[in-house]
Design a protein around this ligand. Structure first.
Ligand code: NDP
Length: 258
């Protein structure tokens, strides 16, 4: 009989991580590849994405870069089709690509508000629709959406109304898709990270007032590592979480306990 550790394995499986070129996405791609999946890093940034995939291959992992702008539904559809043509299956989609803008609400330009929603909400939907169609056809699959604790609380002190609202939408979209796809063997779950050390949080950490609030309000008193989100993503991607759907794992060092 398979041991519990075997349930975390992704042998033969094909896994796609959007925004996989760097940061949390790259850490997730690494974890899925270490679990033996064929991993696709799908990102806007081709130079970083190609270099990251090459580094994973040097470590003996199977990784491939594919260009993708998640705001373009036709690109999401074409990528899903290309992967199914190449490998005959697609098992895991991690909707990780996301952007944040720290602009006071009343000063937010139209285009900035739209862009945050285009990437963070519409991008998650276009990719989930494209890959979900293939997963439903094969009657198996796991979609993991990287939301944020910002979908549940309002961060302090930086303003980011569009980001917060977009991540709340991701959490609810996760539940909606979970309900629709469960009868077809496709699970949909979310991860809501707190502050994690990546490019996204770099500038904030260099701002003393922000750093003080971020760390002071986190009971564990430190930032999370991308790898600490990645292990949760592997859990949700794999059979280890076979009875979870529509769930949200909050990975925030305790930030949302207050
Ligand atoms: P990074 O900015 O380090 O990485 C995001 C990646 O997504 C980049 O490679 C970026 O490429 C890519 N990307 C951006 N827009 C698109 C697009 N339209 N299509 C495809 N790829 C795109 O961010 P993190 O690793 O920190 O964040 C990853 C996810 O985790 C995001 O959804 C974020 O909201 C979420 N998150 C992060 C937290 C944190 O503290 N870091 C906390 C909570 C949630 P490019 O460089 O070309 O823009």
């Amino acid at each position: 009989m398979a041991s519990v550790l075997d349930k975390f394995r992704l042998d033969e499986q094909v896994a796609v991580v959007t925004g996989g070129a760097r940061g949390i996405g790259l850490a997730i791609a690494t974890a899925l590849a270490e679990a033996k999946a064929k991993v696709v890093l799908a990102d806007l940034d081709a130079d970083t994405g190609e270099a990251s995939a090459a580094r994973l291959r040097q470590q003996g992992l199977e990784a491939h870069f594919y260009p993708l702008d998640v705001t373009q539904p036709a690109q999401a559809e074409a990528l899903a089709q290309a992967l199914v043509e190449r490998w005959g299956r697609v098992d895991v989609l991690v909707n990780n690509a996301g952007i944040c803008r720290n602009t006071p609400a009343l000063e937010t330009p139209d285009e900035e508000w739209r862009l945050v929603f285009e990437v963070n909400v519409h991008g998650v939907f276009w990719c989930s629709r494209a890959f979900g169609r293939r997963m439903v056809a094969q009657k198996r699959g796991s979609i993991v959406n990287i939301a944020s604790m910002s979908g549940r609380i309002v961060n302090k002190p930086q303003p980011q109304a569009a980001y917060n609202a977009s991540k709340a939408a991701v959490i609810h979209l996760t539940k909606s898709l979970a309900a629709e796809l469960a009868p077809y063997g496709v699970r949909v779950n979310a991860i809501s990270p707190g502050y994690i050390g990546t490019e996204m949080t770099k500038r904030g950490l260099e701002t003393p007032a922000w750093r003080q609030d971020w760390l002071g309000l986190t009971p564990m008193g430190r930032l999370g590592e991308p790898a600490e989100v990645a292990s949760c993503a592997l859990f949700l991607a794999s059979e280890a979480s076979s009875y979870l759907t529509g769930s949200e794992l909050v990975v925030d060092g305790g930030y949302t306990v207050w």
